[in-house]
Design a protein around this ligand. Structure first.
Ligand code: CTP
Ligand code: MG
Length: 245
């Protein structure tokens, strides 16, 4: 069967600051989403891309994609569907647009516009080798603490540390995450109500883990970082400038 990439791009980008939805902001003149679509289409394995647009922005995203076509020889098909109120809901809506012939699905954040094609291909290869769920990941630079968050009247007070997981055992996970289609669809359908109840997952592999299905890690890449805060825009534009140099 064929491989598709679902690109959730429906977020506002609150942490980046006010303005245009994050995926539509420009990086060195080209919208982040366009970079992300190109990153998926660059893989010869990927023949369909489903972009999940802001709920009220599907027409605008369709226009943007038409203004930035893929290379003439690239046969990748690009669909647009409206997203939902959480990332999990947006991905679930994107999965509903897949055609019947798709058996492998990548889910890739529009907010990771610079992932190298070798990382995409490594994830696809691991799924084709039989893993039902594959995530690219890197070791952490920072030590991580678990804390007791302060809420209500105590908000803003120092947070007590509860524990320090051993850093060498932790990984920071990226996208594209790759899945056997049936496994990913089953996970999203089973846990769809969790997202609405505030108990959703922040990544797709997390839902597959809840099913009890094994998830494996392959090496991620520094350039697959997520554009989340303003400093990340500075880094992304510098990486692009270095590529063009
Ligand atoms: N996303 C989505 N639908 C949502 C929320 C997020 O499709 N309702 C997408 C974002 O567009 C992004 C990816 O999920 O490509 C990762 O989410 P994140 O980096 O958190 O982006 P935002 O939610 O837009 O940012 P923030 O959390 O700062 O508002
Ligand atoms: Mg978010």
């Amino acid at each position: 069967g064929r491989t598709a990439a679902v690109i959730p791009a429906a977020g506002r980008g609150v942490r980046l600051g006010p303005g245009t939805p994050k995926a539509l902001r420009a990086l060195n003149g080209t919208p982040m989403l366009i970079h992300a679509v190109r990153a998926m289409a660059a893989s010869r394995a990927v023949s369909l891309v489903v972009v999940v647009a802001p709920p009220d922005g599907a027409a605008e995203v369709r226009n943007l994609l038409d203004e930035h076509p893929l290379a003439d020889h690239d046969p990748t098909e690009v669909l647009v569907v409206p997203g939902g109120g959480t990332r999990q809901e947006s991905v679930r809506l994107g999965l509903q647009a897949l055609t019947d012939d798709i058996t492998t699905v990548l889910v890739h954040d529009a907010a990771r516009p610079l992932v190298p094609v070798d990382t995409v291909d490594a994830v696809v290869a691991a799924v084709h080798d039989g893993a039902p769920a594959v995530v690219p990941a890197l070791p952490l630079a920072d030590t991580v603490k678990q804390v007791e968050p302060r809420t209500g009247d105590a908000a803003g007070e120092p947070e007590p540390v509860v524990g320090t997981p051993e850093r060498a055992l932790l990984r920071a996970v990226q996208t594209p995450q790759g899945f056997d289609r049936a496994t990913l669809v089953a996970a999203h359908e089973k846990f769809a109500s969790a997202a609405r109840e505030g108990e959703g997952a922040t990544d797709d592999a997390g839902l597959v883990e809840r099913l009890g299905t094994e998830v494996v890690v392959v090496p991620g890449h520094e350039e697959a970082f997520k554009v989340t805060r303003p400093l990340d825009l500075v880094l992304a534009e510098a990486v692009l400038a270095r590529r063009r140099a």
